[in-house]
Design a protein around this ligand. Structure first.
Ligand code: PMV
Length: 357
């Protein structure tokens, strides 16, 4: 229990309070894969905060005459009641209730939608948990005094309890999560923005190629669990932390050659962990490999510093500096969309994090 995050003197309001926040997805460059309870990472990770792939969430807090035992809520996602979303939200509310006990005094009406296709493999749990956490902390700020720093750290802290990587969606352009010798203020409990970034990374582009829009075949919950008995787990955690040490100076200098090599290695290490776990999984599809080979050939031919990264699925994130936007759009349209389901992709770029809408 983290005492510093327990709401203090937060007296319930008499009137209803409605708030709306949007939060972006994020794409990890150094991957988080493996955790301990409660949602504490086994290695430090670092991500680009995105800007177009966002979840927009409204919460109406209506005071109850008598407080309930747990958090009472309704959820409407893209206009529909979603019973399948309830278990994850119930667990989330049970986890955060010790930190926001005043929530039992309200009926919450949550209305939410994504600006990107749900279950596309784009991390909707990151954006949705960060947006919801922002709404919850906004209510808390009405009830008790919180500094801006308290607020942003608490949003990241609560979001983490919903979905680990969600804690990295609150600020931009990059966030790091997990204690690490090279990041003085880093914590396992919430994510911090990475400062001193070369301008090339502040408007980096990420085109997400939707190779397989079906439900993820391995949930990240299961994936993290598979790291418990994994023969290479300790080496992986050490390697991820070493990659982060290597990447930090590169992020200041803007050396794209080294950046590309670390980012692509991270993506492949993540997938190597899944291929060598028990049970084992191959989450890439033939089209994932075709895209990767095309990116490598294009990079060799043009010397344009484009690279890929992957989440725990078949989709490919194509990463490139903004100055090559026109050439990349043409390459993606001409060569890569043929490998996507219904030729679908989402053009995104680095962004600034949560905001009111
Ligand atoms: O936040 P979770 O539990 O859904 O895990 C996310 C894990 C990866 O997306 C594969 C990597 C990461 O660091 O975001």
């Amino acid at each position: 229990m983290e005492q510093r995050f327990v709401a203090k003197n937060a007296l319930p309001l008499k009137d209803s309070f409605t708030t709306r926040w949007q939060a972006p997805s994020n794409i990890a460059l150094v991957k988080y894969w493996g955790k301990t309870t409660p949602q504490l990472p086994k290695n430090a990770s670092l991500s680009f905060t995105l800007s177009n792939a966002v979840t927009q969430t409204q919460v109406e807090f209506a005071p109850l005459e008598n407080p309930s035992k747990s958090v009472s809520f309704t959820i409407l996602f893209e206009g529909e009641k979603k019973p399948s979303f309830r278990p994850k939200l119930e667990t989330f509310f049970a986890n955060i209730l010790p930190y926001q006990p005043f929530l039992t005094h309200y009926q919450l009406a949550i209305t939410s939608h994504n600006t990107f296709p749900h279950s596309s493999g784009i991390a909707s749990s990151a954006s949705s948990m960060a947006a919801l956490a922002a709404c919850l902390v906004d209510l808390e700020a009405q009830l008790s005094s919180l500094t801006e720093e308290d607020k942003i750290n608490k949003i990241s802290f609560l979001a983490r309890l919903g979905s680990g990587s969600a804690c990295r969606s609150t600020q931009g352009p990059m966030m790091a999560w997990g204690t690490h010798t090279a990041i003085a203020n880093a914590s396992d409990l919430w994510a911090v923005p990475v400062s001193d970034i070369h301008p090339v990374f502040t408007d980096y582009c990420d085109t997400i190629l939707l190779i397989d829009k079906g439900q993820k075949k391995v949930s990240s919950t299961l994936g993290h669990k598979l790291m418990h008995q994994h023969p290479y787990a300790e080496q992986r955690f050490a390697k991820a932390n070493a990659h982060l040490s290597e990447l930090l100076p590169i992020l200041q200098q803007g050396n794209l050659e080294v950046f590309i090599s670390i980012v692509e290695k991270e993506a492949l290490h993540l997938h190597a962990m899944m291929m060598t776990s028990d049970p084992y999984f191959i989450l890439m599809q033939p089209n994932t490999l075709s895209v990767i080979n095309n990116i490598w050939a294009f990079r060799k031919e043009t010397s344009i510093p484009v690279c890929f990264t992957l989440d725990a699925g078949a989709n490919v994130h194509v990463l490139y500096p903004n100055e090559f936007d026109a050439q990349l759009k043409q390459f993606i349209e001409g060569e890569l969309l043929q490998y996507c389901e219904n030729r679908q992709c989402v053009h995104d770029k680095v962004g600034t994090g949560i905001k009111k809408y």
